[in-house]
Design a protein around this ligand. Structure first.
Ligand SMILES: [Cu+2]
Length: 97
């Protein structure tokens, strides 16, 4: 089992998220998927013996969107996490002294 984040392109709203999620979760071998509109990515858990990122991408393209077949690096994940935390740290700096 593999769990990795992939970049998703062309999502504009919650409906897009629902379409992409449905396309991915209906792909054979996919166990779990979590699509994130804010970070334009999908966290996908799949059985690498049953499917590949290429196959999952085909389903995403068929639904009218696009997906990177190379997983986002941990570094990119960390950068996204850091960006999420930024406002908090900013407030801490303002009021924490
Ligand atoms: Cu949409």
């Amino acid at each position: 089992m593999v769990k990795e984040s992939y970049g998703i392109k062309n999502m504009m709203c919650a409906m897009c998220v629902a379409h992409v999620r449905k396309a991915i979760e209906q792909t054979e071998g996919v166990k779990e998927v979590n699509v994130n509109l804010a970070s334009n990515s999908a966290l996908i858990e799949y059985d690498e013996r049953l499917t590949t990122p290429e196959k999952i991408r085909e389903a995403v393209v068929a639904a009218g969107y696009d997906m990177d077949t190379a997983p986002l690096s941990d570094e990119q994940d960390e950068q996204q996490e850091a960006q999420k935390k930024k406002p908090k740290n900013f407030l801490k700096e303002l009021f924490g002294r």
